[in-house]
Design a protein around this ligand. Sequence first.
Ligand SMILES: *Cc1c(COP(=O)(O)O)cnc(C)c1O
Ligand SMILES: [Zn+2]
Length: 392
Amino acid sequence: MEQTLFRYRCSECDAVFQLEPALMVCPTCAVSQRATEPLRGILEVERSDAPGELPPGWDSIDLLPVERRWFPSIPVGNTPLWRPERLRAKISFPYLYLKDESANPTGSLKDRASFLVAAWARKNDIDRIVLASTGNAGSSMAGVGAAAGLRVRLYLPAAAPEAKLVQAQLYGAELVRVDGTYDTAYDQSLAYVREHGGLSRNTAYNPMTIEGKKTVSIEIVRQLGRVPDVVFVSAGDGVILSGVYRGFEDLMRFGVIDRVPLVVAVQAAGSCAIHRARLAGRFEEPVASDTIADSISVDVPRCGWFALRRLQRHKGTTVVVDDRDILIAQQELARTAGLFSEPAGAAAYAGFLKMRDEIDPDCRVVLLLTGHGLKDVRSAVKGLRDHGKYDD
Ligand SMILES: *Cc1c(COP(=O)(O)O)cnc(C)c1O
Ligand SMILES: [Zn+2]
């Protein structure tokens, strides 16, 4: 599909822009940005043609705004959606499915965004990607960038789990350690691009990071042969959540599905800005985050306004789980299904357990397991010590 089919639309004021690598947020809406709230003027990728039918033999990559030939050859996506029989029996949900995103090349769902960003950079003849990240986004961009022949410069705030740091370095990323928070790292990464060029891959800020993640829900529908009833997804910045909705919206547009499923955003009790905003209708003053699930630990969710509007539009909901729930869910998933998820992924299962009594057991429920457990061994050890048995 040709890229001219696509354009950006501001998710707040509806202004329309041509796709352009230097354009990140709507310049008009960005003016009202306050430091302590989610990003203003996030741009949404939109198709400009009339709704039609998908070509025979289509694949989810054909729904992305960059032509297939620009994508690197690393196999991102097409992760397994599978039936965990023992888990199904244990919890009496015979139609529960696991979408295992740890099967992505760098071990997390972030690869879907990095994949599209890499293709977009190559198409525009840009050879350097710059981002701030506390973990998976950085290791993902480093790995996918390596496959694409791109230089990746990563601004790192304080302690990220060691494995994610090692991954980024092993893939050859250039590391800049920042003495400060994610916000400081973020600002420095933008300053670098202003001065030296390159493409920013900051999450939510670069519209392609939201768009790239939509392939996961498109795959779920294709693998299931129908639309699921409920999808559980953990949320920090809310980019995955927004991407999941974008995928279902695309399939609605092409008449592949006739409804968007109930999407449940699962947040850690110590980092639940989106949940609070759903209840309040707006984002209030940020609360310092505190959770063992580092990948969903954020003070101000970058994609918050966008995600909140999507939840409202599609009548999605949110649920909060504490660290104990997460660590116990992580163990139960591992022991009953054989799937070792990092805490942020296991949170989806913890959220399901919390809401289970409100869901019809004959529903088709999909849990999105967003990242691999070996990325954060320390948390798993803590879980074993506190709620199981650990022998060292
Ligand atoms: C980034 C990430 C999340 C949360 O995604 P957001 O877009 O920040 O909401 C969840 N799980 C894992 C493993 C992640 O890397
Ligand atoms: Zn705008």
